[in-house]
Design a protein around this ligand. Structure first.
Ligand code: ZN
Length: 343
């Protein structure tokens, strides 16, 4: 398929059906075990693939139906991590507490992480496939270190593992590999010092499209409360976008609609594809296609049209399933309106 103007895509995750896992939760419990769980995850992946295609998305994902959480879903496949003895830790600058596993030895992949999901998607769609992986800085902020004694060293070790899986995903036929780095919006001073280097290590040598997603988090209460402390204008991106613009990463997925990010900050990403968040994931109110098109119009003042994608602000994992489906429809319909207006 040729790529249209303003391709429609999503940040990554989608709600899990009620028969797969607990709903409306960020760390949901699965409803089955073993081979039954694996089969249910495959069914949910195919269901969401069909719904994304029906909605009209141009770049689709597995909806992260096989991961309990976007970070821990990767860590489960890493040797050197103790999942039996989780500890409570303040994450994202102590914004909220989470039960996290501990790094207790040298890190190594146990095997492939997302092979079955990637091959399942590739076998069932001709559309472009995006796969999300947690970024090294965000992983380092979502695990307790009892071994490396140095956050940067540990992040670099994770980056090497991410690179290994990313190359395998590329070989599976994945078109876009996106690293999710919400921690970039928290550790602003560390991003230019080592965050970008770790990200580039994770993406080293890839010939497929590479992306980084930087957001203000899922629509959970801790994040909604945090956003209230950020003031009238959210200028975090201003500190990190220049360094990202100089990096080798091809695409940047960011928050826009309903956020307090000054849209002119998108101009700091010259040369990159910008995946503009046109869908608010912290509200159950479904955007109209016209609202989506208007947000694309705002972004067009700062992003060249050939670099502009329509996307969600963040993942939709904790949302209501039907709301998420209708938001994807609005997203694709809004991109179609934008094509008519500015095509
Ligand atoms: Zn996000």
């Amino acid at each position: 398929m040729s790529t249209p103007l303003f391709p429609a895509t999503l940040a990554g995750s989608l709600p899990k059906p009620v028969w797969l896992a607990e709903t409306h939760k960020l760390w949901p419990q699965w409803k089955a075990q073993g081979e039954d769980l694996a089969a249910a995850q495959r069914d949910a992946t195919l269901l969401w693939l069909k719904l994304q295609e029906d909605a009209g998305l141009d770049v689709v994902t597995d909806g992260e139906q096989s991961r309990q959480h976007f970070v821990h879903g990767f860590l489960e496949f890493v040797e050197g991590i103790d999942f039996e003895h989780k500890v409570e830790m303040g994450i994202r600058g102590d914004r909220y507490k989470a039960m996290v596993p501990q790094v207790v030895g040298p890190l190594r992949l146990k095997g492939r992480v997302h092979q079955s999901e990637a091959r399942l998607l590739r076998a069932h769609t001709d559309r472009k496939i995006k796969f999300t992986l947690p970024g090294p800085m965000t992983i380092a902020d979502t695990v307790a270190d009892r071994f490396y004694g140095d956050k940067v060293k540990m992040a670099m070790a994770f980056a090497a593992l991410l690179n290994q899986e990313a190359h395998a995903l590329q070989a599976d036929g994945v078109n876009v590999i996106q690293f999710d780095e919400p921690a970039f919006n928290v550790f602003l001073d560390e991003v230019p010092v080592w965050g970008i280097a770790a990200l580039e290590t994770a993406a080293a040598g890839l010939t497929c499209t590479t992306a980084v997603h930087i957001c203000y988090g899922y629509g959970i209460q801790a994040n909604i409360d945090w956003k209230k402390t950020l003031g009238e204008q959210w200028r975090q991106y201003e500190k990190i976008f220049p360094a990202i613009a100089r990096s080798s990463i091809g695409q940047v997925s960011l928050e826009c609609y309903h956020s307090h990010v000054p849209p002119q900050l998108m101009a700091l990403l010259a040369g990159k594809d910008v995946l503009v968040g046109v869908i608010d994931v912290a509200s159950d109110v479904v955007e109209t296609p016209e609202q989506v098109a208007d947000t694309i119009g705002t972004a067009l003042q700062y992003v060249p049209r050939e670099h502009l994608y329509a996307c969600t602000n963040c993942g939709m994992a904790p949302m209501d399933r039907e709301v998420a489906r209708r938001k994807l429809e609005a997203l694709a319909q809004g991109a179609a309106i934008a094509r008519q207006r500015w095509g």
